[in-house]
Design a protein around this ligand. Structure first.
Ligand SMILES: [Zn+2]
Length: 208
């Protein structure tokens, strides 16, 4: 873990009690009904071959929630966040929800996009499929730090197994910066015999 990441984790743990931080309800990481009014979806982003919907801009409390989700490893919070996303966006015609895969060298060992997808699944009744993986060869040559992702080469993400075959997929990510990861995921879905019909992220970070 890097020092900034450790500081973030420490900070978010101090700020995050074991109760909904918005209404104080005990036993939940955050209520779906408390999360809903925080969402302010921007207009859908046209990534070219894919439309991206997001719950809001990556700032303020929406950003704080992502930090807790990622570095606080707060999986139940991610499920609640996904649930809220699934409630404000109508379910498109789709067969599966596919999270952007966890990068092998991220060192986190838990996929926050998967937690979001599970929350969306609760609302939409669409199953989650862990159908994508990073291409190990490509990953070795490519730094995937935020901000460098726009140089992510074609083939950086590959289908995993046959879970995408014949399926209309919604690709789920926590934060989209340039949309490149989502486009690579959509290409991988096509390689696997499926079709990405929509990308859904918790937030969109303004381009640097
Ligand atoms: Zn609440």
């Amino acid at each position: 873990m890097s020092i900034p990441e450790a500081v973030l984790r420490f900070g978010t743990h101090l700020l995050w009690p074991a109760a909904c931080p918005f209404c104080g309800a005990l036993g939940v990481p955050a209520c779906v009904t408390c999360l809903l009014p925080l969402l302010a979806p921007p207009l859908p982003a046209d990534l070219g071959s894919l439309t991206l919907e997001a719950g809001g801009i990556h700032e303020g409390v929406l950003r704080d929630l992502v930090l807790e989700l990622k570095y606080g490893r707060n999986r139940p919070l991610g499920v609640a966040m996904g649930h809220a996303l699934g409630r404000i966006f109508p379910r498109p015609l789709c067969d599966i929800l596919v999270p952007v895969p966890l990068h092998a060298d991220s060192g986190r060992g838990y996929n926050q996009s998967q937690a979001l997808a599970e929350g969306i699944s609760r609302e939409w009744g669409v199953p989650v499929a862990d159908g994508l993986q990073w291409n190990g060869l490509r990953a070795a040559q490519t730094s995937l730090e935020e901000g460098e992702r726009r140089s992510m080469p074609a083939g950086a993400i590959l289908p995993r197994g046959k879970q995408l075959e014949g399926k209309r997929a919604v690709i789920v990510d926590d934060v989209s910066t340039t949309g490149t990861t989502l486009l690579r995921a959509a290409e991988a879905a096509a390689l696997g015999g499926g079709k990405a019909v929509l990308a859904l992220a918790w937030t969109i970070a303004p381009k640097a």
